[in-house]
Design a protein around this ligand. Structure first.
Ligand SMILES: [Zn+2]
Length: 430
């Protein structure tokens, strides 16, 4: 804007601005301040053929991530004018390269720790591996201290690093939110978001004045959204998350139009099995059966119905009994199996447009990809006894395919279906 005024006043030849995009916020002191969303803005300009961008120095490294464009960073309006006039730059604003990297390198794993730190929670570790391999949402029930948060934090490390397209999308969302580390490069690691149960709907799904900020569900795009103590979230909040999780996109209606942010997340819910939250687990529980049902029931409508894996974790004391049997596998080993399993699934369904087993539709699993009755006998019995719903049956099949992929079998067997049932039981009717 300031430059347009100065051009009109003859300070800059109009021809110098042809094909040039200027981004930034001009301060009263003549400094150009960094803005949010530079990366998607430059990417959008590049798509329509604009190739030269002048951005605030603080956004330079981020803008330069867009391939095939020329980006120059300037700190002051004087620097920008000198550049446009082809004059010698002012000494304090003459940089030819983005400032050096400061802050966390987003290509490195976050502070999430290794899966081998989680001792004695065999079913929990297995559930994390299966969730990662099949792209399944996961619910973990267990008393306080049973490792639910530790397990959730380790899921992003087990997921494959982001491919080019996904990395560009994630970087764009983080740019709009203003949370990209300076000079950190494209975001390659699947992100992790763990909003508190008191979080507002706007902070979960996005909102705010001006350019709507992405919420936690979009900041977790291509990564993990962890809701700890999930029954404590307000019904409104849980309900607001339902569509974004289901559709992979958030649509925010604004005065000036509609804003869309991507939100393809892997959802991880954690919950105490009951409101008394006794650390000793069910043995010391003082809740009535009704209170327990009501507590978990808060989840069932909006989100729990979409979750394939539901596991019950043991209290620490009994889990520790098994702790010394063998040293848990490290993240690296598990991640290797996950990558191989994801490739197997993509090879099988890729041409049908399903990226992972979690996306395989139930009718297809029951027709073209139908398993022999012998294989699915246990799941069929669970349906007959009313323990498993029809929808739950499809989810058991999806999990069974993931288990087969993890062990390198081309088709699930009996054992896979039985284990899938175990990974579906949790504390509520499947
Ligand atoms: Zn209780």
């Amino acid at each position: 804007m300031a430059v347009a005024v100065l051009t009109a006043a003859g300070a800059v030849p109009p021809v110098a601005l042809e094909g040039v995009v200027l981004l930034g916020e001009l301060g009263l002191d003549g400094r150009i301040r960094p803005i949010r969303g530079v990366f998607p803005a430059v990417a959008a300009g590049a798509r329509v053929g604009l190739l030269r961008f002048v951005v605030p120095t603080g956004n330079w490294a981020e803008a330069a991530l867009v391939p095939g464009v020329e980006v120059i960073g300037r700190r002051t309006l004087r620097g920008v004018l000198a550049l446009l006039r082809g004059e010698e730059p002012p000494a304090d604003d003459a940089a030819t390269e983005p400032p050096p990297f400061r802050g966390r390198d987003s290509a490195e794993p976050g502070p999430s720790g290794d899966l081998s730190d989680v001792v004695g929670q065999e079913i929990g570790r297995r559930a994390v591996e299966v969730a990662a391999a099949g792209g399944h949402h996961l619910a973990m029930f267990g008393p306080p201290g049973s490792g639910k948060t530790m397990l959730a934090e380790r899921l992003p490390g087990v997921l494959p690093v982001l491919e080019e397209e996904a990395a560009l999308e994630v970087t764009a969302v983080h740019s709009v939110a203003g949370v990209l580390p300076v000079g950190g490069g494209l975001v390659r690691q699947p992100p992790y978001q763990a909003p508190h149960h008191t979080a507002t709907v706007a902070s979960l799904v996005g909102g705010g004045s001006g350019l709507a900020r992405p919420g936690a569900v979009s900041l977790a795009h291509h990564g993990v959204l962890f809701l700890d103590e999930s029954p404590e979230f307000s019904p409104t909040a849980l309900d607001a998350l339902r569509q974004p999780v289901e559709r992979g996109e958030v649509v925010l209606a604004r005065a000036g139009g509609v804003v869309r942010y991507p939100s393809r997340v892997q959802l991880v819910l954690a919950a105490n099995p009951c409101p008394c939250a006794s650390a000793a687990g069910d043995r010391a529980c003082t809740c009535s059966a009704n209170a327990r049902r009501r507590y978990i029931g808060r989840l069932s409508g909006p989100l729990l119905d979409r979750i394939d894996l539901r596991v019950m974790l043991l209290p620490v004391a009994s889990a520790a009994l098994y702790a010394d049997l063998d040293r848990p596998e490290p993240t690296e080993v598990v991640a290797g199996r996950v990558t191989a399993a994801r490739e197997a699934a993509r090879e099988r369904w890729g041409h049908l447009g399903w990226q992972s087993n979690s996306e395989a539709p139930g009718p297809a699993l029951r027709s073209e990809w139908r398993l022999p009755p012998m294989t699915t006998a246990a799941a069929a019995r669970a349906v007959d006894s009313g323990e498993l719903s029809a929808r739950g049956y499809d989810r058991v099949l999806r999990i069974a395919w993931t288990l087969a992929d993890l062990s390198g079998r081309s088709v699930p067997d009996n054992g896979d279906v039985n284990e899938a049932l175990e990974l579906r039981r949790g504390v509520v009717a499947a």
